[in-house]
Design a protein around this ligand. Structure first.
Ligand code: TLP
Length: 346
C-alpha cells in the first residue's frame, strides 16, 4: 500500500526523533508533588512564552479549558462564547455538566463576536438574572477553518471585559498558528486574556498535553480543579520532554510550512471547476472546500479519496475540511490535488 496522505487533523502528528530521544533520557519524578523536573521546566517555559505568572500541564485541551472555567466562575454564572466555539460545540457540554454554567452564544464569522454585541449581552445586576462572569475566545478558530482573530478585536474585548470586571479565557489550542500568521509572539495575543490554554499535541507535534497559564492566584485554584478532574499525573517527564522541544522557536516557526501547504492546496482546489474555497479563510493550516457546485456529496467524495489513500473530514453535506501538518509534505499535496482532480469528475 502506498503512503496514506492524512489531511484529517493536525492531532495526528507524531513526535520527532529528537523528541523520542529526549523523552527516553528524561529524569522523572512524581509531578503531583511537584517533583518531576521536566514538568516544572515545561510549566515555567510556557509561563514565560505566554507572559503569565504561572502555567500548569494537563493531559488535554478539553481538560485545560474546563479547569479554566471552573477556576474563573461559580455554578450558575453565565459565560459568553462565539456560537461555534470548541468549548461550546465539542467538549461534551462540560461547561454545563461539570462547571454548572449557563452560556450566551453570539455569532462572529471572523472567529469572535463583535465586542459591542458582547457588551450588550452582559447581564445587568438584577435579582432575576444569572451573573455574567466570563468571556471565552478561540484563536485560531477551529470551525471557521483555522481563521485568525485579529489583535484589534482582542484589544476591544479587553476594554469591554475591564469595564464590566469580567475575565477572558482564551482557547489557544492553535495559538501559535495565530501568532505565526500575525507575525507576533504568542504573548502579544495572550496579554489581552486572563487565562490561556495551549495545546502541544496538534501542529507542534508533541504526543500528549496542553498547558493552562494565568496569574499565580488563578493557577493555584486551577491546580485544585486539575486534581479533582483526575489530571494530576505522576511521572510526566517523558511527555514534558517532548513538550519542551515542541515549544522551541524553530518548531513554532515551522508552522509556517503548514500554512504555506494549506495555501498551495487551497489555490489548487480553487482552480478545479466545481470546488469553491473561501481564500480569505485560508490563513493557517485548514482548508474548507465547498463541493455544492459540483453536486457531489462530501461523503461520496471522501470515500473516493479514501480509496486512493487520501484522508480528509466531512464538515456537512457538501463541505470537506483538509488540515495540513508536519505529516504531509508539499509533494503529498501535489499528489492529493491530482487525485482530487481525477475523482471529482467520475
Ligand atoms: N479539537 C479536535 C476535535 O475535538 C475536533 C481536533 O481534532 O482538532 N480547542 C480547540 C480549538 C480544538 O480544536 C481542540 C481539539 C480542543 C480545544 C481540545 O483539545 P484536546 O483534543 O486536547 O482535548
Amino acid at each position: 500500500m502506498e503512503k496514506v496522505i492524512d489531511l484529517r487533523r493536525d492531532t495526528i502528528t507524531l513526535p520527532t526523533e529528537e523528541m523520542r530521544e529526549a523523552a527516553f533520557r528524561s529524569p522523572l519524578g512524581d509531578a503531583v508533588y511537584g517533583e518531576d523536573p521536566r514538568q516544572r521546566e515545561l510549566e515555567e517555559l510556557t509561563a514565560f512564552i505566554l507572559g503569565k505568572e504561572r502555567a500548569i500541564f494537563l493531559p488535554s485541551g478539553t481538560m485545560g479549558n474546563l479547569v479554566a472555567l471552573l477556576a474563573h466562575t461559580e455554578r450558575g454564572n453565565e459565560m459568553i462564547l462565539e456560537e461555534n466555539a470548541h468549548i461550546f460545540t465539542s467538549e461534551t457540554g462540560g461547561l454545563a455538566q461539570v462547571a454548572g454554567l449557563m452560556v450566551k452564544t453570539l455569532r462572529g464569522e471572523d472567529g469572535a463576536p463583535e465586542p459591542r454585541d458582547v457588551e450588550r449581552a452582559i447581564r445587568p445586576e438584577n435579582i432575576h438574572y444569572p451573573r455574567t462572569a466570563l468571556i471565552g475566545l478561540e484563536n485560531t478558530h477551529y470551525r471557521y477553518g483555522g481563521i485568525v482573530v485579529p489583535l484589534s478585536k482582542f484589544e476591544k474585548m479587553r476594554e469591554v471585559a475591564d469595564r464590566h470586571h469580567l475575565s477572558i479565557h482564551l482557547d489557544g489550542a492553535r495559538l501559535f498558528n495565530a501568532a505565526v500568521y500575525l507575525g507576533v509572539e504568542a504573548k502579544e495575543i495572550a496579554r489581552y486574556c486572563d487565562s490561556v490554554m495551549i495545546s502541544l499535541s496538534k501542529g507542534l507535534g508533541a504526543p500528549v498535553g496542553s498547558l493552562l497559564a494565568g496569574s499565580g492566584d488563578f493557577i493555584k485554584e486551577a491546580e485544585r480543579y486539575r486534581k479533582m478532574l483526575g489530571g494530576g499525573m505522576r511521572q510526566t517527564g517523558w511527555l514534558c520532554a517532548c513538550g519542551i522541544l515542541a515549544l522551541s522557536e524553530d518548531n513554532i516557526s515551522r508552522l509556517q510550512e503548514d500554512h504555506d501547504n494549506a495555501r498551495f492546496l487551497a489555490e489548487g482546489l480553487q482552480s478545479l471547476p466545481g470546488i469553491e474555497v473561501n481564500q480569505h479563510q485560508v490563513q493557517t493550516n485548514f482548508v474548507l472546500a465547498d463541493l455544492s457546485q459540483s453536486q457531489l456529496k462530501a461523503s461520496v467524495f471522501l470515500q473516493r479519496l479514501r480509496d486512493e489513500g487520501i484522508l480528509a473530514t466531512q464538515v456537512d453535506d457538501f463541505r470537506v475540511r483538509f488540515v495540513t501538518s508536519r505529516e504531509v509534505e508539499r509533494e503529498d499535496i501535489t499528489v492529493a490535488l491530482q487525485v482530487i482532480k481525477e475523482v471529482i469528475y467520475i
